[in-house]
Design a protein around this ligand. Structure first.
Ligand code: BGC
Length: 825
């Protein structure tokens, strides 16, 4: 690093203050908002570059839309990283993501997502790490360091209270201060204090009535005041709604651009005195500081993005994907050895690589490996049988082939198309410049034409949903109409309608002309437009019978079931946690046909498992990134010990979850409010307090070997407690254990959780190897937040330290006595 005076930028050696002195008020204002979807205005006069951002969090998408574009490396999603319980691995992943961000010409990653798994149905749980603030905070810190140590800024999001996607842009999360401080703010606090995060993104929602993007207490008092944050706060995309309130509350950047509430409006507010020149200067100074930190200040390179498919990233993704796999149950069937008979590879997720969730976290991967591909690479296709069994889609399957899109610079398909494009599949996501800038992004229409040859006789389902108006015509006949009947649904960030499906009987072998008419519409959260169309053939029960037959013929059956990015997605919550379609029936049928059946689940959270008692082995693999199939095969065959542990409790039924209530205000919200009634009793804290036995507890996960945890000792001193214990691999294979340290107060004065995670250690041990582990706990680890005193308070008395392999399986406990202690917020 070049040595330079404190506060001095690398740009011509000027200090930020000197640079600010040279900026006119207009120029200062111009860097307080985006100039496009993913960038901030440069100031060419002074050689100040443009700050560029990219989503996040499972890779770096770059400036394209959600579909197509420059390819990127797809890393495991948040919950899969959560399941690794490995902050060092998170750091390693993010060092690689930093390189990806640079390959997309960007300086800032819009990640990590550190919201908490409050409801099991939250569409974005896949993107967040855990239901537990300690685990979330530790992984978030690893993630941020990995990026920032490599010169790329993190943007910790979404600050705060964005635990559901329902009405997310208007709802008010009603959260009491103690729960905020102990649970929801905690990962952000560590991001600032322990990782020195350079940027924070506010959430879409309001917090106790006020939009977080203009929340003075949240941004000025807590973030900057209590925690000492010195970076940039940016709005979520289109999530800032005012001029003076946002800038006065501490929001540096209105994103994206072009500006809606700043620019001229901000200059006028300075004129009237609503916003002081000093405030503008301070906010602009923070933007320059970020640009200095991430190198964008003097980045004069022409904007360029490219695909950088590195072998070392492939290897890291495979390792990380396997490290997040959680072995939920194993009666001894796993690990598999070289089979002598066939393996039946069954299920709707068998031949499709489920590698990521949906929404802004989506990227266009370099490639993706399905479970079938992974097993075939290892055993050869001739060793495998296949049956899909049933479907699990939310939307009818995309079709491919010769598809062309003709763009018109009006909403009526009039005149000659101004742009014609080949499409890979029957979906489009158009962000500015739409059609290479040849149409007005607010007023255009598109005709998408294709021929479809039916493979079977019978009813075909045609589905379409769009952010914009759309229709499907088959041989000129209107089959699905998402135009005249368009109503706001749960797709495309709440800007799209729900899928509209029409049916038509087709003849096998005949070719049909399929035309999709798309017309743009006004939107709040998206520029441009998007649609997705699909054609499906209902499967009936024949698929399940065929799958059962394949299982009977095989030595072992592996059923790949779960969900996909259509379900686990930004912009919509799940309606329940049952497996979509006929997957439960499929599992039951395969289990009945062959007792040597392994269930591999891929979801972004828990599902109900009515067949759990009959299944000898269940592996949860989440969405592990582009190497999905290889990572899963590594675990199934024991090349890698399943070292993942649940970052979220798997309850038996959705009804057991703390957000399940007759009272809609508790979830999903009523009259624009969602009340976090359970307080600090989130996740396992709730199940413990209510005496509800979960299906699989928080922290649970089996290894192929066994461990012994013991020798727990604790010694109290003036600044905290030193805890030590031993961990021994008592089996005959190498394996990884996650020792979990929980803290509870014997007789709390106020209602507190029975136990709360305050430390953990992941260790890989050889057979018979034993290791001593030391953990340091501070006063804060025993404290609750006292709102009246605005302090973290430890009441004097007796506390229990519990060491175990999950929140529900504690191996050993010790009791300690603590004196009274308190520290300010
Ligand atoms: C999401 C953010 C994301 C942003 C930009 C929003 O819809 O909530 O997480 O970074 O879009 O894509």
């Amino acid at each position: 690093m070049t040595a330079h005076k404190a506060n001095q930028t690398r740009l011509t050696g000027k200090t930020t203050d000197e640079l600010l002195d040279e900026l006119t008020l207009e120029e200062q204002v111009s860097i307080l908002a985006g100039d496009g979807l993913w960038s901030v205005n440069p100031i060419e006069r002074l050689g100040i570059g443009s700050l560029r951002v990219t989503d996040g969090p499972s890779g770096a998408r770059g400036s394209g839309g959600l579909v197509g574009g420059v390819t990127a490396a797809a890393f495991p999603v948040g919950i899969a990283i959560g399941a690794t319980w490995d902050p060092e691995l998170a750091m390693e992943i993010d060092a690689a993501i930093a390189a990806e961000v640079k390959s997309k010409g960007a300086h800032v990653s819009l990640a990590p997502t550190v919201n908490i798994h409050r409801s099991v149905t939250n569409g974005r749980n896949f993107e967040c790490y855990s239901e537990d603030p300690e685990l979330t905070a530790a992984l978030g810190v690893g993630y941020i360091k990995g990026l920032q140590d490599n010169g790329v800024s993190a943007t910790v999001k979404h600050f705060v209270g964005n635990e559901s996607e329902i009405e997310r842009t208007t709802i008010s999360s009603e959260i009491d201060e103690r729960s905020l401080r102990e649970v929801y703010l905690r990962p952000f606090e560590d991001a600032v204090k322990k990782a020195g995060a350079w940027a924070v993104m506010t959430s879409y929602n309001r917090l106790n009535g006020t939009y977080t993007s203009e929340h003075d207490w949240l941004l000025n008092d807590v973030l900057r005041g209590d925690w000492g944050f010195d970076g940039v706060v940016m709005s979520d995309w289109f999530g800032s709604h005012s001029t003076a309130p946002t800038i006065n509350a501490g929001l540096e950047l209105e994103m994206p651009g072009p500006t809606r509430d700043r620019g001229e409006k901000l200059l006028a507010a300075v004129e009237t005195g609503e916003v002081s020149r000093q405030t503008v200067r301070e906010r602009a100074a923070n933007v320059l500081k970020l640009m200095e930190r991430d190198g964008s200040l003097n980045d004069q390179r022409p904007f360029e993005e490219h695909a950088d498919d590195r072998p070392e990233h492939r290897a890291l993704i495979r390792k990380a994907g396997a490290a997040g796999c959680v072995l939920l149950k194993n009666d001894g069937l796993l690990p598999l050895s070289q089979p002598s008979g066939k393996i039946a590879v069954i299920g709707p997720n068998a031949k499709v690589a489920r590698i990521m969730g949906g929404g802004s976290a989506q990227i266009f991967p370099h490639y993706s490996i399905s479970p079938w591909d992974g097993l075939a690479a290892r055993l050869g296709e001739e060793a495998l049988l296949y049956a899909a069994g049933c479907t699990n889609h939310r939307w009818e399957p995309l079709f491919h082939g010769e598809i062309t899109a003709e763009f018109f610079d009006n909403k009526r398909f009039e005149g000659t198309p101004v742009h014609v494009k080949r499409m890979e599949a029957s979906e489009g996501f158009w962000v500015p410049p739409v059609a290479e800038g040849k149409v007005d992004q607010r007023r255009f229409s598109v005709l998408i034409r294709s021929d479809f040859v039916a493979e079977v006789d019978g009813i075909h389902r045609f589905g379409i949903h769009s952010a914009g108006f759309s229709k499907i015509l088959v041989d000129g006949e209107l089959v699905a109409d998402a135009h005249s009947a368009w109503t706001k649904g749960r797709t495309y960030f709440e800007e799209g309608c729900d899928e509209v499906v029409g049916e038509k009987v087709l003849e096998a072998g005949r070719s049909y002309e399929v035309v999709i008419e798309f017309v743009s519409k006004d939107m709040k959260l998206l520029y441009g437009g998007a649609f997705r169309a699909g054609i499906g053939v209902p499967m009936g029960d024949a698929g399940i019978a065929e799958a059962a037959r394949a299982a009977t013929e095989a030595e072992t059956a592996i059923v790949f079931i779960g969900r996909s990015e259509q379900w686990d997605t930004e912009g919509s919550d799940l309606q329940d946690i049952t497996l979509p379609g006929k997957q439960d029936e499929l599992v039951a049928a395969v289990l009945a046909a062959n007792p040597r059946t392994i269930v591999v689940l891929q979801t972004g959270g828990p599902v109900e498992m009515p067949w759990v008692d009959d299944a000898p082995a269940i592996l949860q693999a989440w969405y592990p990134g582009q190497e999905a199939g290889n990572a899963i095969a590594d675990v199934l065959f024991g090349d890698t010990d399943p070292s993942g542990r649940l970052p979220q409790t798997f309850s038996r039924r959705w009804q057991d979850n703390p957000t399940w209530s007759q009272d809609r205000e508790v979830y999903p919200g009523l009259d624009s409010k969602v009340r976090y009634q359970e307080g600090v009793f989130v996740g396992y804290r709730h199940y413990e307090a209510m005496g509800i036995a979960p299906l699989f507890p928080f922290g649970h996960g089996l290894s192929y070997t066994q461990f012994d945890m013991g020798g727990l000792e604790a010694s109290v001193d003036e600044t905290g407690v030193t805890v030590s214990f031993s961990l021994t691999n008592i089996g005959d294979r190498e394996g990884s254990a996650v020792a979990q340290l929980y803290v509870g107060q014997r007789q709390p004065r106020l209602r507190r959780p029975v136990r709360e995670l305050k430390g953990f250690a992941k260790l890989t041990l050889k057979p018979r190897e034993s290791r001593q582990v030391q953990k340091r706990l501070t006063h804060r680890d025993f404290a609750y937040f006292d709102v009246a005193k605005r302090s973290w308070v430890v009441d004097p008395g007796s506390y229990v330290l519990s060491l175990g392999s999950s929140a529900a399986s504690i191996s050993v406990e010790v009791e300690i006595n603590l004196m009274a202690y308190s520290e300010p917020a």
